[in-house]
Design a protein. Structure first.
Length: 232
């Protein structure tokens, strides 16, 4: 089976902020492949560029050089409109902060990607209710985000990411704002659902115990990804 995600020789350089200053090269010939059903953990120091890497993979930013492919989709060459459609169709994105819309219910937040596609409200909400059950939030569909705990809000965001049946999950410190108990519950849930759906997933995390539970661990260091055989 070909990989779901391929990043080939990515380089990302930011121009200097002032005349005479040096630019910042964040990545240099960085490459990555992720297969269906494979969960990759990306670790590294703060400022190493882990979030920026996810932005390139999600077509939220473009590399200075190199290519990103998701299946047969040449992600690097997408227009802004095409990139939005790519994220809605192929990617589920889980952020450190849930980014739920406070004026909408949990079910409406989960249904939002389907509604933005033009799906009718009734079937979209029915699917959202099913996904809330799968993230152990049955009966909370009519609650707004302010009426949910932090862990519940993040589980709503996971349901929102998965409702579109993506091929690829990108998660940026998905447990970073949670206490240890909720972090364990959220990570375990995300891992189980990704396994069940056979999704390729890239998880940026500073939580080494969670990283160890992934199929591979890669450290982002000095602009390159290095395999980690054993975490300290």
């Amino acid at each position: 089976m070909p990989p779901v995600l391929r990043a080939i020789a990515l380089t990302k350089t930011y121009p200097p902020l002032a005349s005479g200053a040096a630019g910042l090269q964040l990545f240099r010939d960085l490459s990555l492949e992720v297969a269906a059903g494979e969960m990759i953990a990306v670790v590294g120091e703060s400022g190493a560029g882990k979030s920026s890497l996810l932005h390139l993979l999600a077509a939220l930013d473009k590399p200075t050089a190199g290519e990103v492919w998701c299946g047969d989709t040449f992600v690097t060459g997408l227009t802004v409109k095409q990139a939005g459609e790519y994220r809605n169709r192929e990617i589920g994105y889980v952020w450190q902060f849930h980014y739920l819309l406070p004026e909408f219910t949990a079910a409406e937040n989960v249904a939002m990607p389907l509604l933005s596609r033009g799906m009718a409200r009734k079937p979209a909400l029915a699917l959202a209710t099913e996904w809330l059950e799968r993230v152990e939030l049955g009966g909370r569909g009519l609650h707004r985000s302010g009426e949910l705990s932090g862990g519940e809000q993040q589980r709503v965001s996971i349901a929102r990411a998965l409702i579109t049946q993506p091929r690829l999950i990108l998660a940026d410190e998905p447990t970073g704002d949670l206490d240890e108990g909720n972090a364990e519950r959220v990570f375990g849930l995300l891992q189980r659902l990704c396994r069940e759906q056979g999704l390729a997933s890239v998880i940026v995390t500073h939580h080494l115990a969670f990283a160890r539970r992934c199929d591979r661990v890669l450290r982002l260091h000095q602009g390159a990804l290095e395999p980690v055989a054993k975490l300290a």
